[in-house]
Write a protein that binds this ligand. Structure first.
Ligand code: NAD
Ligand code: WQD
Length: 337
């Protein structure tokens, strides 16, 4: 059974990927310092899977801890989710972001090379595209100057990976550029755990619906879009998790020193108001919202061209926006209980 190290595996996307790896016959090993997650996620994973996942509490940039894991498990690959992701905080504390997001990747790559662990899937982001001129964005769309230190860490990490592969390090690497992950495991046992006031749309929608927030503010309805609100490509976290499995299957067929990058989205754009409507329709509840001013720095519209991942990784999303809204609400209700 292939053992895959999942950094940040107690987090939102990592925990869902761990479930799918087990169900596909892999053995995930999680390393997470719980800086943005809770240990009880491990218990929830056990409830879903009926068995425990090996867990190491600590920093994935800690080489000694990585050595301990390598002694105890023969790893065949790594999925590197661990990173700080709060865009606003990154503008105030840029070094915190560069140290963790860039530093941990450098340590991990050296560790992988030294132990001949070949395959790596890296969590990148559509943030590297900024506001593209042409939509939808393909992987060939030029990356733009990052709007935040967080966004810049993703760009820098992609560049580090390219340079490391060019140096004939022997690894095989895929960067997945996620669009907007939403939804939760259909069981409602795991999902996104926003700490404090959510910065992202869907956690704010579910908290407003649950009465935790008085009302949702739609950040602008005077943009050049069908209903005036911004457009994003919202991808169910279960579909996103599945893309990591497909990436591993694909990597296993490649030569050494392979690098490629794939968009992971649905290929469809939805406005903020469409998201709210889908949520209300599928769950039969009203969301208290008002139209407010634009959020400074917001991208107006972006969605993915997914033909590359569809064709090469044989990956297709199977959840709709309504499915995402149903599962996000199911998760919120479990949290509120
Ligand atoms: P998350 O915060 O829920 O999960 C990240 C996990 O990594 C957390 O459990 C945190 O405790 C852990 N972590 C952070 N630094 C660590 C370190 N040095 N060592 C060990 N553990 C560490 O975030 P997520 O939404 O699951 O995101 C996963 C990855 O996907 C991140 O790299 C993020 O930048 C990227 N991404 C996320 C989104 C999104 O909107 N959620 C979009 C694009 C890309
Ligand atoms: C989505 C839409 C808002 C909250 C973030 C990160 C980016 C990347 C993807 C990681 C926008 C609107 C939001 C609210 C609203 N993540 N909105 N009211 O802007 O795509 O970007 O996730 O790599 O780096 O910045 O996601 O969820 O913040 O916003 O109207 O209370 O919802 O204006 O149009 P975004 P988001």
């Amino acid at each position: 059974m292939k053992k895959i190290l999942i950094t940040g595996g107690a987090g939102y996307i990592g925990s869902h990927t761990a479930v799918q790896l087990v169900q596909a016959g892999y053995e995930p090993i999680i390393i997470d310092d719980l800086s943005n997650s809770e240990e009880k996620v491990l218990g929830r994973l056990k409830e879903i899977l009926g068995k425990e996942i090996s867990f190491y509490k600590g920093d994935c940039g800690d080489r000694q801890l990585l050595e301990q894991i390598a002694k105890e498990h023969e790893l065949s690959g790594v999925i590197h989710f661990a990173a700080f992701k709060a865009v606003g905080e990154s503008t105030k504390l840029p070094l915190k972001y560069y140290r963790n997001n860039v530093g941990s990747l450098v340590t991990l790559l050296q560790f992988m090379q030294d132990h001949h662990i070949k395959d790596l899937v890296f969590s990148s982001s559509c943030t590297v595209y900024g506001q593209p001129d042409k939509l939808p964005v393909t992987e060939a769309t030029p990356r733009q100057d990052a709007e935040s230190p967080y966004g810049n860490t993703k760009k820098i990490c992609e560049d580090i990976l390219i340079d490391f592969i060019k140096s004939k390090s022997g690894l095989r690497v895929i960067s997945l550029r996620y669009f907007n992950p939403v939804g939760a495991h259909p069981s409602g046992k795991i999902g996104e755990l926003p700490i404090g006031v959510p910065a992202n749309l869907v956690p704010f929608v579910t908290q407003a619906a649950a009465g935790i927030r008085e009302k949702l503010t739609v950040f602008g309805a005077d943009y050049d879009t069908a209903d005036g609100s911004c457009i994003r490509d919202y991808i169910h976290v279960m579909d996103l998790a599945d893309a990591h499995l497909k990436a591993f299957e694909y990597l296993s067929k490649q030569e050494d020193n392979f690098y490629d990058v794939f968009n992971v989205g649905t290929g469809n754009g939805n406005t903020v108001l469409e998201v709210i409507k889908a949520f209300e329709k599928v769950n039969g509840i009203k969301v208290n919202y008002e139209i407010g001013p634009r959020r400074p720095g917001d991208i107006v519209k972006i969605w993915a061209d997914t033909s590359k991942i569809n064709e090469k990784l044989k990956w297709q999303p199977s959840y709709s926006l309504e499915d995402s809204m149903r599962d996000s609400w199911n998760w919120q209700r479990q949290l509120s209980n």
